[in-house]
Design a protein around this ligand. Sequence first.
Ligand code: NAD
Ligand code: UDP
Length: 338
Amino acid sequence: MKILVTGGTGYVGSHTTVLLIQEGYEVVILDNLCNSKVEVLDGIEKITGVRPEFYNLDLLNYEDVNKIFDKHVIEGVVHFANLKAVGESVRMPLLYYNNNITGTINLLQIMKKNNVKNIIFSSSATVYGINNTSPLVEAMPLCATNPYGTTKIIIENILQDLYASDDAWSVVSLRYFNPIGAHESAILGENPNGAPSNLLPYIALVATEKLDHLSVFGGDYDTADGTGVRDYVHIMDLARGHIKALEYVLANRGVEAINLGTGNGTSVLEVIAAFEKASGKKVEYKICPRREGDVATSFADVAKAKKILGWEATKDINDMCMDLWKFVTKADTAENYY
Ligand code: NAD
Ligand code: UDP
């Protein structure tokens, strides 16, 4: 069975592609490489023994994307290809609205035209905004605090409207919490183009002495140690969630939004301690002012994923830090890491 993976050379897409191939799916990847490297395909091949067919294409290019559907009988789409940097989205909202929303509308129009109506979409815990209290439940009201988050809410709404208009569609929007870590082999991990903005890559840069300290954004939150609490989920657990969601989408019709997280909150200081233990390195840090738009605490209610997909996370923060450390210190990654 052939699955189109948009954004398949990116962080979540590449790890999910590995599992898709290992589960026996034939994967076709579309990615414009704006935030990933073509060498990721070598990594996928090294792990699985299979090199997925790859199209270096932008989703904004309707005609060429349509040709993929002429050439292949696609049964379902796993749609990762969005821009994802919150700060950049505030500075360049039109870029984000155009890339994420226009790109998704193009994809959905092409799918509809070709009668492909099974889709998994990468949503985010950011859709819960700042007013909901954790554990965050799928039915809570959504609210965005930046253009990136708005694109996720708009796309979820588009997918709901699409199903309302035609019940042949089968849609799952997966709301990821904080994916971190790397493939156990250390062959694949997170290695985007440009400077990181998330916590774990920064910690790794400090531990590898490329930066002298980490700025901890806020030490006075209403949390046990005053630092922000998040639900970190291992990238391979997250990838496995997509396999479960794909099985669900292929067997059902409907539209669902489902959290993918562990259900546990970990503070910034706890992450630093886990990383120090995994790496044997000291992670110097300074407590700095809060980052605008951050919530104190965000973790998932994971009951729906368990009930509907039969999925739950299996790896803890120590596993995540160990696999990330293995990845960033591997000889061919160490030189090129950020
Ligand atoms: P990523 O940037 O590593 O992967 C996205 C891929 O999509 C990149 O390879 C990029 O080149 C490609 N892409 C972007 N726009 C494109 C376009 N118009 N046409 C073709 N390719 C395009 O990001 P990721 O961390 O793998 O995230 C995947 C998805 O998950 C994104 O939709 C993101 O918003 C969502 N998400 C990620 C996180 C996270 O922390 N990583 C959390 C919540 C949600
Ligand atoms: N964080 C931090 N320093 C950094 C990056 C992040 O203290 O350099 C904190 C941030 O305030 C939040 C947590 O780490 O409490 C996770 O942030 P990240 O940007 O990784 O994810 P998100 O904000 O999307 O949950």
